[in-house]
Design a protein around this ligand. Structure first.
Ligand SMILES: CCCCCCCCCCC/C=C/C(=O)SCCNC(=O)CCNC(=O)[C@H](O)C(C)(C)COP(=O)(O)OP(=O)(O)OC[C@H]1O[C@@H](n2cnc3c(N)ncnc32)[C@H](O)[C@@H]1OP(=O)(O)O
Length: 329
């Protein structure tokens, strides 16, 4: 009975998802998913139903107002003739990965994934100077345990969706991309960054007392190797574009005004490879990491909740938030 009930929930929510392209749909979806067990079930099952063996979603008040904004946090331009979608992140001011953003992102990627005519996804930012500031610290600060859980479930889901995508995914990094922003680009197949020494990319978490999850370490190690990962994560390093290129954190640097054009050109090359061969190869390369991470998903959740809700962690996050806000004033 429970299994039946949950499959009905899932079917309803999936049917609903496929139509959730307008703002009122998204608001209703969030209301439908308010029950976190449905959210967890839906998001996990969405990731397990895909093909090819991939694992198949004061200052405080100012920031809260921003996060509650109902304007779309993503703009997706899909070109039917090329089969390429460009996803512009537009969550001002810095494209932080808030719960609202993550939910919208998972829905958008799932919709593109289900559309067989979409073969490539370019991820970029509409915000000046910033690709993504990483996880929204407001969603990690001063919240209830259930809220931490809902947020982290969405973080895990977003990573899985992007990392296990069948599409060719290219990050067009047209601004700074610390922490979660860096991991988001590392989940793509290829990274092109604006050659502007004022931009930075990397993982600065330890600098303000946060430890990245094990799956972040795993994903990074597969790209830049054990030693670079160790140095970056322990010291909380952010790199300028040319240093990022040296260690392989990005694949290519181009002048700022050519990031998107280069991504589009690169996409054409990737799409010239027969899809089935590329997809199976991608799965072969990534499935071991995905399987490993899936097996520790619930433990990772418990670890996150216990770590983030500690008084000492909250105190450090509070200090960091104040520091970020003072920087401007
Ligand atoms: C495939 C998907 C992957 C999913 C992700 C998985 C992630 C797991 C990874 C491991 C754990 C990750 C943890 C994190 O990501 S914690 C967040 C870490 N991020 C940072 O430390 C970046 C902090 N921000 C900055 O350094 C700068 O803001 C930035 C360089 C990005 C831009 O600088 P700029 O000068 O243009 O802007 P301001 O600093 O003035 O900021 C403007 C306002 O935005 C607020 N802000 C900035 N960053 C965040 C943030 N991460 N969360 C919430 N709010 C943020 C900042 O306070 C300013 O607010 P006010 O306008 O109110 O002053």
């Amino acid at each position: 009975m429970d299994a039946y009930k949950s499959s009905v929930d899932f079917a309803e929510a999936t049917a609903f998802l496929s139509h959730a392209c307008y703002e009122q749909d998204k608001m209703a979806l969030r209301a439908t998913l308010k029950n976190k067990s449905i959210l967890s079930g839906l998001l996990s099952r969405l990731s397990s139903c895909s093909s090819h063996g991939r694992v198949c979603v004061s200052p405080v008040l100012v920031a809260q107002r921003r996060n509650n904004s109902t304007s779309p946090k993503l703009k997706v331009d899909f070109n039917q003739s090329t089969g390429v979608a460009v996803m512009h992140m537009q969550n001002p001011p810095v494209n932080s990965l808030s719960l609202g953003f993550l939910t919208e992102f998972c829905i958008a990627v799932e919709k593109l994934e289900m559309d067989k005519s979409c073969r490539g996804l370019i991820l970029t930012s509409s915000q000046p100077k910033v690709f993504s500031a990483g996880l929204d610290i407001m969603d990690m600060y001063g919240k209830k345990l259930e809220q931490y859980e809902e947020f982290w479930r969405a973080v895990q889901e977003m990573w899985l969706k992007l990392y296990s995508s069948n599409m060719v995914t290219i990050a067009a990094i047209n601004g700074s991309s610390p922490a979660g922003g860096c991991l988001m680009s590392l989940s793509c197949d290829y990274r092109i960054m604006a050659d502007n020494p004022r931009y930075s990319i990397g993982f600065n978490e330890t600098q303000f007392g946060i430890v990245v999850p094990v799956w972040c370490k795993e994903a990074m190690t597969t790209i830049v190797g054990h030693r670079n990962t160790e140095l970056t994560l322990e010291l909380g390093l952010l790199y300028n574009p040319s240093d990022a290129l040296k260690i392989g954190l990005v694949d290519q640097l181009v002048p700022e005004d050519q990031v998107l054009a280069t991504a589009t050109k690169t996409m054409t090359k990737w799409l010239a490879i027969p899809d089935h061969a590329r997809r199976i190869t991608k799965s072969m390369m990534r499935k071991p990491t995905i399987d490993k991470i899936m097996s520790i998903r619930e433990a990772d959740m418990q670890q996150y909740i216990s770590f983030i809700s500690k008084d000492s962690t909250q105190k450090m996050l509070g200090t960091y938030l104040e520091m970020l806000k003072k920087k401007r004033g």
